[in-house]
Design a protein around this ligand. Structure first.
Ligand code: WT7
Length: 640
């Protein structure tokens, strides 16, 4: 049986979906034919959710960059692969055609080789949103090195933790990164991180801001110098390393409910098929269209929908260095008009933030090139959905609300542009290959159509997480143990009479702040390391722009200090240990936390207080000292 690679009608979706669930092997065998393989697979799927051990296209051999680049050279060599727009509206944009991108990736792959990087090595990439970031990612994949991109907002300590965990001996960075009216000193952060990472052999530094940087002899080299060496060697091509389907392609760290971020590992073949298939089908991408995903490549959205999805599809991906509000809140809309963007994909938090500027920044913008809009990263509230639909989509563009996770590699539940209907704030239908189930609190799968509970996935899909780097048991406990033989997402969901899914948010101790995942335990650990802090408890609360804000209850021992200054100091400590993205929005000093006799903090109560729902706190009789609750409620009135 052969199934269309791009679904173009509702009927085709229904057929593809049915087939993918009834016979996943036959379905994915057909879809995988659309890629370039050095050797085809022996078996489409082998799986066991207990271990877990999941193999897609076992025995297959390939290189993802040949699918991203080489195979488009015939016929599409001069098609723009990447369009890059600077943070500075006066700096000229750059366009890299498939031919140029291929050349640059090969060139930098040779730089990596010259610097001793070999297949299987872990390479950490900490850069701003410049084309060289995408080039570095692809160059790693070209030679079979495992890239681990770290978002530019993470601190030296976070980088050091990740470098240790991945045992990464190579780092690629920039002197600095432009963001709005700031230049962020990335190399300086790396220098601080590397003090505790003596195993790092080489750090390649790209010039972007040309701010002064320290360069350590024997360890640090300039990107541009290394390119020149390759040019003198006169070898413009770099043969793509032949990878096994299940070889790891990359590691991406993400927060969980425990203190330490985990390294999510994705494979070469399955990830490629999934990123490509979801890109083509969710957005209904048509050849020649310009796709603009506003995420940073430091997150999974950037991996799958700036780099791998669009490029495997031979598409044109717009990459933006700046921020939505610089030099003004019309920046995205200017870019859409400047590059005639057809598909625009962003986070609800960005929409809410731009909404707060009113429609004035939209004056004089045509936006007529737009055909499809998308959202990702967090539930979208109806108000933001309608604003987006009316003012950006001019009530004519479908909005795809795409639910997925770092661990899923690509979009899992979403309407498909122009094919299945979009409903405000409902992620809607599963992609072919995805069998969602909802389990109740007892762990039983709910069999009725209408259901509410925890969201799990019953069958493996090609983009599923394979392991957590260096600690497979952690992968098992996190995702496969709570409900036997199911992948547990950590999200709650509702299913309606038509089988549409509405995602209600995390059910574990993970926050979603501006579409970024932050573990409460991680923030608590950082706060607790601040001198004078005795204990803390962190919860999320509704935040108008960020979706969720971070609320910290802190027991602080030293009372002679000015608590307003201590609050600032604690924020500084959190910034140092994790990064500015994890700074609590509110800190309330308390003298005790609501604990049960077994010592467990009752977060339910703290969440309600943070939400100002102080009238209805539920049963507090199991607390050791219920009076702390009254005290916290009283203390809250003094907090801004
Ligand atoms: C968590 C995953 C998906 C890439 C960016 C975030 C939440 C994601 C939606 C959506 C409601 C969503 C979930 C999920 N989430 N998309 N469309 N509607 N919630 O990736 O950092 O791995 O976070 O983001 O809670 O579990 P991530």
């Amino acid at each position: 049986m052969s199934y269309p690679h791009q679904i173009s009608t509702r009927e085709q979706y229904d057929i593809a979906y049915q087939a993918s669930i009834e016979n996943p092997e036959a379905f994915w065998d057909s879809i995988a034919q659309n890629f370039l393989w050095k050797k085809k697979w022996d078996q489409v799927l082998k799986w066991d959710f207990v271990e877990p051990k999941i193999e897609w296209f076992a025995g297959g051999r390939l290189n993802i960059t040949e699918n991203c680049l080489d195979r488009h050279l015939e016929g599409h060599a001069n098609t723009p692969a990447l369009i890059w727009e600077s943070n500075d509206p006066d700096e000229h944009h750059r366009i890299l055609t498939y031919k140029e991108l291929h050349f640059k990736v090969c060139q930098f792959a040779n730089v990596l080789k010259n610097n001793g990087v070999i297949k299987g090595d872990r390479v950490c990439i900490y850069m701003g949103m410049v084309p060289e970031l995408a080039i570095a990612v692809l160059a790693c994949a070209r030679i079979g090195a495992i890239h681990s991109v770290i978002f530019g907002g993470f601190s030296a300590q976070s980088i050091s933790d990740r470098l240790h965990d991945a045992q990464a001996a190579f780092v690629i960075t920039c002197d600095g990164a432009f963001r709005g009216n700031k230049a962020i000193a990335l190399k300086e952060v790396i220098d601080d991180a590397l003090i505790s990472c003596q195993f790092v052999k080489r750090c390649i530094v790209l010039t972007r801001t040309r701010q002064p940087v320290s360069m350590i002899k024997g360890r640090d080299v300039w990107w541009e110098d290394e390119i020149r060496k390759v040019e003198t060697q006169g070898n413009p091509v770099c043969k793509a390393e032949e990878m096994d389907a299940e070889d790891p392609l990359f590691i991406l760290y993400t927060s969980g409910s425990t203190g330490k971020p985990k390294g999510v590992v994705h494979s070469c073949a399955g990830y490629m098929v999934w990123a490509n298939y979801t890109f083509i089908n969710v957005f209904n991408y048509q050849p020649g269209e310009v796709f603009f995903c506003t995420a940073d490549i430091g997150w999974i959205t950037g991996h799958s929908y700036i780099v791998y999805g669009p490029l495997t599809a031979g598409g044109t991906s717009l990459m933006f260095e700046g921020i939505p509000t610089y030099p003004d809140a019309g920046r995205f809309w200017d870019l859409i008009d400047k590059f005639k963007v057809n598909i625009f994909y962003t986070a609800p938090t960005a929409i809410r933030s731009l909404m707060s500027f009113g429609i004035e920044p939209l004056e004089g913008k045509s936006l007529e090139s737009l055909r499809v809009l998308g959202t990702v990263g967090e539930p979208i509230n109806e108000e933001a959905w309608h604003w987006y639909h009316k003012n950006i989509g001019k009530s004519r563009c479908p909005i795809v609300d795409t639910w997925w996770q770092t661990e899923t590699g690509g979009i899992m539940i979403s309407n498909m542009a122009g094919i299945t209907p979009g409903i405000p704030s409902v992620a809607s239908l599963p992609m072919p290959g995805i069998l969602p189930v909802i389990v109740d609190e007892k762990g039983e799968v709910i069999t009725t159509t209408v259901a509410s509970g925890n969201l799990c996935i019953k069958l493996p899909w090609p983009g599923i997480i394979r392991t957590t780097y260096g600690d497979h048991a952690r992968c098992r406990t996190n995702y496969f143990e709570a409900y036997p033989n199911l992948y547990f997402t950590g999200d709650g969901a509702l299913r309606d009479t038509n089988g549409n899914y509405r995602i209600t948010g995390r059910v574990d101790d993970v926050l979603n702040v501006s579409g970024h995942r932050i573990g409460t335990a991680e923030v608590e650990n950082a706060i607790n390391r601040h001198a004078g802090v005795i204990e803390s408890a962190v919860v999320g609360y509704s935040h108008e722009i960020k979706g969720q804000g971070i609320y910290a209850y802190v027991i602080y021992g030293e009372t002679t200090h000015d608590l307003n200054l201590v609050r600032q100091d604690i924020l500084q400590t959190v910034s140092r240990l994790i990064g500015a993205i994890a700074k609590p929005d509110t800190i309330q000093f308390v003298t005790g936390l609501p604990k049960t006799r077994s010592g467990k903090i009752m977060r339910r109560i703290l969440r309600k207080i943070a939400e100002n729902e102080t009238q209805n706190l539920g049963d507090t009789s199991t607390l050791i000292d219920p009076s702390v609750v009254d005290e916290i409620v009283k203390g809250k009135s003094g907090i801004k």
